[in-house]
Design a protein around this ligand. Structure first.
Ligand code: ADP
Length: 607
């Protein structure tokens, strides 16, 4: 190998190393080496052409061994070094045309060096060499072939890379055929030339034998490849057909499914119907011929304002999907609520060319919702009316009642002489009844006022119960009752109503005690799922389970008023107070075994 040739490979090696580094400071060295390769190749060619104005052959190291043209590389080597240099420059260029030239340079180098190798192999038996490849050594051509094919292989833009690496049939075929069509002729020609050279066979026989064997073998090989290709093509087509069939099957199923539950229509750019499905016609009572080419506005019910529709199309025309509920009108004047999506479709240029309207009929649900909200409104109104009535009635009743009371009192005090015993007793009854009625009316007014003007405050329940205990101290002392409570929470609530709640429950626990047993009342609280659960347990007379709901109804009592005093409003109050705190109240009790009243208080955000 000539010194300059070795230099070309050294430069190539350095360039390959630099290209891995991918650093900008190496770029100039990369370029300089590539240009030097082109330069050495070009001057060598010039010398071969007799233009010896500048000799490059022995410039670095003088060749003392070769007699003819010492130190000069062969024309083929010189051309390959120019091509490799151009190839390297093309690789890093940002210009696409230069990239391409670079790729072609590598391809050309690969072909030249391959031809040189083949010629070399075939020239061995002939022991003579053609002029062009005269001094391109086998290792030189081998190295050029290696460099150029590697470069082609590494470049994803090169068709060589795509052909050899690809997964397509063409690539597979190339990978199969290429080694055979390169190696077989070389091997076969080598044998024939060797035979001719050694005079085992004549030249004529050699040529005939070449054709006679090469052609049938090629036919057999091509047929073998073709059979394989046909088979895989057949499989591919079969798979394609199966895929198409299954796609068509599922598309059909999807459409059948959607058609049964959705009202579907497509609209052109002017919002005129171009297609509607059966369900659409069924709901809106239009025949297909009647609705096609009609504008979508034909379905307007008059329920929505113009802005509603302007907003829809503003959104859809901007390419977005609009989804909402709308009220539509059918041909027969019937109204239908739908949950509708209007979807714009765009072409390749991004322009909208079609819309689809996809709707669910929600008329039943909407009607139910409408009547529910009507019902709630009515209920609210009735409730207010009832409250007003209770207030007016109780307030206005107080006046005549006071008059009756005053006059009976007057009669009883000043006119006793006019009454016999029965008369006096009757007066007493009237007085009792009127004061009881006055008490009831007062309770009713209190009940009505309970949920008015309350302010949410932080309440320490321990303190609250302590205050109630103080208020009820006379009752507690009389009954020798014991009240146990500890660790009650601090919570946000309405203070006065809560105080009344504890007061009523504690009072009842004392009032409904067993005859010879001192009342023991235990109050506890636990935190459960966002609410406080309070329990007030007593050891009193208990409540039969069948009355556990009845006792919370206003003015409901289980005992005679002579046995246990009271108006029957205490627990109704308690329920209203618990309601006010978004909780629940209930009792757990067995007749004669004491009772436990439970109530919950929802934790407010402040807690
Ligand atoms: P009042 O106490 O004025 O009778 P309430 O509404 O407070 O009215 O109570 C309704 C009824 O529930 C009472 O008449 C009583 O029969 C029953 N009751 C309430 N608390 C208890 C209790 N702790 N033990 C037994 N019975 C009770």
């Amino acid at each position: 190998m000539k010194f300059n040739t070795a230099l070309i490979f050294l430069f190539s090696g350095i360039i390959l190393f630099l290209s891995k580094k991918n650093k900008s400071e190496f770029k100039s060295l990369y370029k300089a080496l590539s240009y030097t390769m082109i330069f050495i190749g070009a001057f060598t060619i010039a010398e071969h052409l007799g233009l010896s104005f500048f000799s490059i052959d022995n410039i670095f190291i003088p060749d003392k061994l070769t007699t003819t043209n010492p130190g000069r590389m062969s024309p083929a080597t010189a051309i390959c070094s120019i091509l490799i240099g151009v190839g390297f420059l093309g690789r890093i260029s940002s210009n696409k045309a230069i990239n391409k030239i670079g790729l072609y340079s590598f391809k050309f180098t690969a072909i030249l060096s391959l031809v040189a190798i083949i010629s070399y192999l075939l020239l061995i038996p002939l022991s003579s060499k053609t002029v062009f490849f005269k001094s391109m050594a086998i290792h030189t051509s081998g190295l050029f072939l290696l460099i150029s094919t590697l470069q082609l292989f590494n470049n994803p833009n090169s068709s060589f890379h795509q052909i050899l690496i690809g997964d397509y049939e063409g690539s597979k075929l190339t990978r199969k055929i290429l080694p055979v069509i390169i190696l077989f002729p070389i091997f076969y020609s080598f044998i024939l030339i060797f035979g001719i050279n050694q005079e085992f066979i004549s030249v004529d026989f050699g040529l005939v034998a070449y054709a006679a064997i090469f052609i049938p073998l090629s036919i057999i090989y091509v047929s073998y490849i073709a059979i394989g290709l046909n088979k895989s093509e057949k499989e591919r087509r079969k798979l394609g057909q199966e895929l198409e069939d299954s796609n068509r099957y599922y598309l059909k199923r999807f459409k059948q499914g959607v058609d049964q539950v959705s009202l579907i229509g497509t609209l052109d750019i002017n919002r005129n119907f171009t297609y509607v499905n059966e369900l659409f016609c069924e709901v809106f009572k239009y025949g297909k011929d009647e609705i096609l080419n009609q504008n979508i506005s034909i379905l307007r019910s008059g329920h929505h304002e113009e802005k509603f529709y302007t907003d829809i199309w503003k959104k859809v025309d901007s390419g977005e999907i609009w989804v909402d509920e709308m009220k539509n009108k059918g041909k027969d004047g019937s109204f239908h609520w739908t949950l509708t999506a209007i979807i714009p479709f765009k072409n390749d240029k991004g322009e909208i060319f079609e819309f689809m309207s996809l709707s669910q009929n929600i008329t039943e649900r909407k009607t139910a919702e409408e009547s529910k909200s009507d019902y709630f409104k009515k209920l609210e109104y009735k409730n207010k009316e009832l409250e007003q009535f209770a207030y007016v009635a109780s307030h206005d009743l107080q006046e005549p009642l006071r008059t009756v009371n005053n006059f009976t009192e007057l009669l009883a005090k000043r006119r006793t002489e006019y009454f016999d015993e029965l008369g006096l007793k009757s007066l007493q009854y009237i007085q009792d009844a009127t004061s009881r009625m006055s008490e009831l009316i007062k309770n009713l007014l209190d009940y009505n006022r309970l949920d008015k003007d309350n302010i949410l405050t932080q309440i320490d329940c321990n303190q609250l119960v302590k205050d109630v205990e103080k208020d009820l101290s006379m009752n507690i002392d009389d009954a020798e009752a014991t009240l146990i409570y500890n660790n009650l929470p601090t919570l946000f609530g309405y203070e006065t109503p809560l105080r009344l709640l504890f007061q009523n429950l504690i009072n009842n626990a004392i009032k409904f005690r067993k005859k010879d047993i001192k009342p023991l009342i235990e109050i506890n609280a636990t935190l459960k799922a966002g609410e406080w659960l309070f329990s007030i347990r007593d050891n009193g007379i208990g409540i039969s389970p069948k009355y556990k709901d009845k006792i919370f109804v206003i003015f409901q009592r289980l005992h005679n008023k002579n046995k246990y005093k009271g108006s029957g409003i205490g627990l109704a109050h308690c329920r209203k107070i618990v309601d006010l705190h978004q909780g629940q109240i209930w009792v757990d009790s067995i007749d004669d075994e004491g009772s436990t009243f439970y109530f919950t208080i929802k934790i407010k955000e402040h807690d």
